[in-house]
Design a binder for this molecule. Structure first.
Ligand code: ATP
Ligand code: ZN
Length: 226
């Protein structure tokens, strides 16, 4: 990404649960894109806007470092990356422009259904498998619980059965995955939806003008869907 470019760069998830709705929202706001599966970058044909399509985990950091101007990402990932970068002294500021009306989910702690559960204190000294170690640690610390984390990058829901952990902390939407793995949701630690974020440093006048045009369009699109 050329930092001196006058084209506004927007990072979105390449393929996953936010991709379709991210593109649909930008298209509903009047931006035309032709997307090629293999390409990282997609130019708008009618605006000075480029889409950068990456893994969702990379979006907050790219915005915080000012590599891209805007990003569409789940608050869960935004907050996890923010806590991680805060702990490691990397830039962790962003401007939150809008909450978006998609990507709703929650990050929850679940335990095997045969385990008695009387409250969060029961997890003291236990091992919890997660891909969100910072959000989990934050929640436990505030409640005076010290658990051990098993940090995985996927398949968290099978960790208890595999003997890797006593509980899990994972994203839940319907609960079907938990159910299928014999787990019961016990604590909601974070509620999330997609967010539109902007890099901390001011934009050039040309880019700011595009954002000023985009925001009321997003409001209009979301209002019409309510
Ligand atoms: P990537 O390959 O980009 O890293 P991923 O596997 O980490 O993808 P997805 O499963 O596509 O991520 O989820 C992306 C985001 O969508 C989540 O971080 C969350 O904000 C949101 N999300 C998760 N589950 C749901 C759901 N059931 N419905 C809607 N949004 C969800
Ligand atoms: Zn991801």
């Amino acid at each position: 990404v050329d930092k001196n470019s006058q084209r506004l760069t927007i990072a979105i998830q390449k393929s996953g649960r936010l991709s379709k709705e991210s593109i649909a929202l930008l298209q509903a706001c009047g931006f035309k894109f032709s997307l090629h599966e293999a390409r990282l970058l997609a130019h708008s044909s009618n605006q000075s806007v480029d889409l950068l399509r990456v893994r969702d985990d990379d979006i907050p950091g790219l915005v915080m470092d000012g590599v891209v101007d805007l990003g569409l990402v789940g608050e869960n990932v935004l907050e996890e990356v923010r806590l991680e970068r805060q702990a490691t002294q990397l830039a962790c500021k962003v401007q939150r422009l809008r909450a978006l009306d998609f990507g709703q989910c929650r990050l929850s702690i679940a335990v095997p259904k045969e385990e008695a559960y009387g409250g969060i204190q029961d997890l003291d000294g236990k091992r919890i498998a997660t891909t969100y170690p910072y959000l989990l640690q934050n929640y436990l610390q505030q409640r005076g619980v010290s658990a051990n984390n098993a940090i995985l990058t996927g398949s968290v829901e099978v960790a208890p059965r595999a003997g890797l952990a006593d509980a899990i902390c994972d994203l839940v939407s319907t609960g079907a995955t938990l159910e299928a793995n014999g787990l019961v949701e016990k604590e909601v630690i974070f509620r999330s939806q997609a967010q539109l974020i902007q890099r901390p440093e001011p934009l050039s006048a040309a880019k700011q003008a595009i954002v000023d045009q985009l925001l009321p369009r997003i409001d209009g699109v979301q209002m019409a869907r309510e």
